[in-house]
Design a protein. Structure first.
Length: 504
């Protein structure tokens, strides 16, 4: 979905109006043809508007690299003082770069957009768009606490500036809560987002939310609930020619087929999804689907193929600084080795080397989450299985000291962060004075009210905590897991322990 709008009256250009109507109907190839014609025949601001529209539709069609080029072409010809087009094009550029996995570039474009919007008369709907896109970057980076803060802030901005766009912050809230283990709350938010998009006849928003909700149901094993949503979304994306989104649908269909015991169908869908992601330049999605291809390869006994797919996926995550993705992949990789560790010489040592640093990195995420309930669900659903695997491999390896250090490390507890508790909260990103715009849609207002209420409940009181301390273990006073902690921090580029040392 793009918020890029010129602010011009499309009545001034029949071509721009016709292109916008084609987009509204979901006819993206027709819209692209019309906008390209407008870019060739219009002049001045109307031509710049057409260039931006070409970039937006190109991105929606899945050709993200070409979209980035078109956004840059448009930005190179427009004044930074263009009230709507300049920040809007930067936000669109950020969205395309996110799709390419260039998160640093996406963040830099958003910073430029924020600077352009830092004035009293800045359009509120673009301010909302900037917040929504910033939330998406935080979600890609798995900075959950930041994503939650931004999503709540963008929900308030939607209420104030653009109620008909409320579905986007609601869906971001759903994604952040789902990834931190609050599945029921996430599904509530997603349901509200779907209702909001339906209320304003946003067919793209409806299709994307159906797909996202289907993905949530799929990951929790509720395949019967997922499939009708997935089919409806896939029909929309295939008809519109949205290759990237259609690829996501194929990947989810492959996952369902895999878990229903149809590995050949699963592999075929994964391969088709991979083809579409590679054509779109959706690099992070290619890594995600390679994980699934590795699953099918390992299950079929094709060990070398599975290892190759995992290595390719991990390289994609690592080069983009996605350390938590790497930790999750290493934990999963360690898990699939379990049936083989007793058969292949040297494989148990490798499994230990994968499982222990990954578990420590996943465990450390808890101090980033904003409240105790989220820390509890993260620990129950993410950390505890990872630590159990680390303990199991350490025991099988006969490494008594490692087992003992893991126990001492887990018994150290959590430290309340007094400095964060007493500090003034950071100023919100949105500094505009509030106003109450009218909205004719009761369904949108219901979504706003319920979404705000759910967000308030989700942000219930919780004490901020520090990163876990290092533990000094008697009788020799060695630091428990010292080498493993260093390995985790080096591999994943994340701080997993504070410098503070406590004795046990």
């Amino acid at each position: 979905m793009s918020y890029v709008e010129s602010g011009l009256d499309t009545a001034e250009s029949p071509l721009l109006r016709a292109g916008a109507e084609a987009v509204a109907r979901g006819e993206l190839w027709e819209a692209l043809r019309v906008f390209e014609q407008a870019a060739e025949t219009e002049t001045g601001d109307l031509r710049l508007c057409a260039l931006v529209d070409v970039a937006v539709v190109t991105d929606q069609l899945g050709d993200h690299a070409a979209a980035v080029e078109r956004f840059r072409e448009a930005l190179g010809e427009m004044s930074s003082g263009a009230r709507r087009m300049y920040p809007g094009a930067l936000i669109g550029l950020s969205q395309a770069m996110q799709n390419l996995g260039d998160l640093d570039g996406a963040q830099e474009a958003l910073e430029r957009a924020r600077s352009a919007l830092d004035r009293a008369d800045a359009p509120g709907d673009l301010r909302l768009a900037c917040l929504v896109s910033s939330t998406a970057v935080a979600l890609h980076r798995q900075h959950w606490w930041r994503a939650l803060d931004l999503a709540v802030e963008s929900l308030d901005a939607a209420r104030r500036f653009d109620p008909e766009r409320v579905g986007h912050p609601l869906m971001n809230l759903a994604a952040a809560h789902f990834e931190t283990g609050r599945w029921e709350l996430a599904q509530d938010f997603a349901g509200q987002a779907l209702a909001a998009f339906e209320a304003v006849n946003d067919s793209v928003g409806v299709a994307e939310t159906r797909q996202n909700l289907a993905l949530m149901y799929t990951r929790t094993g509720s395949f019967d609930e997922a499939e009708p949503l997935l089919a409806a979304a896939q029909e929309h994306f295939e008809a519109a020619g949205a290759a990237h989104r259609a690829g996501i649908g194929l990947k989810v269909m492959g996952f369902i087929a895999e878990h229903r015991g149809r590995p050949e169908a699963a592999q075929a869908r994964y391969r088709e999804a991979l083809r579409r992601f590679e054509e779109s330049g959706a690099v992070i999605d290619t890594a995600d689907v390679r994980l699934r291809l590795a699953t099918t390869a390992f299950a079929a006994g094709r060990f070398e193929e599975g290892e190759s797919e995992l290595a390719a996926a991990r390289a994609i995550y690592a080069v983009r600084g996605l350390g938590l993705h790497c930790a999750q992949l290493d934990y999963w990789h360690a898990g699939v080795l379990e049936p083989l560790v007793g058969q292949v010489p040297g494989l148990l040592a490798r499994a230990v080397d994968l499982a222990v640093p990954a578990a420590l990195a996943l465990d450390a995420v808890r101090y980033e989450l904003p409240d105790g309930a989220q820390r509890d669900t993260w620990n129950r659903r993410i950390v505890n299985p990872a630590l159990r695997l680390a303990f199991r491999y350490s025991y099988l390896a006969g490494d008594a000291r490692l087992v003992a250090d893991l126990i001492e490390n887990q018994c150290a507890g959590t430290i309340v962060d007094v400095d964060r508790l007493s500090a003034e909260p950071p100023a919100p990103l949105d500094l505009f004075q509030p106003f109450e715009p009218p909205s004719e849609s009761a369904a949108v207002q219901d979504a706003l009210q319920l979404g705000t209420a759910l967000a308030a409940v989700a942000a219930g009181a919780g004490l901020p905590v520090s990163p876990p301390p290092r533990v000094s273990v008697p009788p020799d006073g060695h630091i428990a897991l010292s080498a493993w902690l260093d390995a985790a921090e080096q591999r994943y580029g994340r701080r997993v322990r504070a410098e503070r040392v406590i004795p046990v």
